[in-house]
Write a protein that binds this ligand. Sequence first.
Ligand code: HEC
Length: 110
Amino acid sequence: MKNTKYAVGVVLGMLAGAVQAQSVDVPAAEALLKKSGCMKCHSVSAEKEGPAFKKTAAKYKGQADAAAKLQTHLMSGPTIKVDGKEERHDIIKSKDDREIKNAVAYILSR
Ligand code: HEC
């Protein structure tokens, strides 16, 4: 029975981790997206040059690899069309994996 306390601690730790993975730090995500210039072309609910985040969230709803896809999109700068011209998509201004994942989770939860 000596290990019971330890086991409960591990399970609680895992639960806390799972909850944390889902919750989004909204102010941090908004600050990073603003700093990265994303809001010039995107908004949460209005179509601008780029699709509204709500639309992207709907497009990827239920897709298990959505976050990975968007993270790649935001880190690799794929070629996109803006006003009929080919351009490279902006790259997010962060090298911190947690910060980027948080911004992606923010977009996918709009
Ligand atoms: C110059 C305008 C412009 C800027 C700046 C820009 N985007 Fe985009 N973005 C677009 C356009 C246009 C598309 C649509 C591309 C397509 O459908 O091929 C797009 C697509 C996207 C998508 C959807 C990708 C998908 O797979 O459906 C996301 C998410 C996104 N941008 C996020 C961002 C973030 C985050 C930033 C800041 C780092 C950013 N964008 C900066 C124009 C822009």
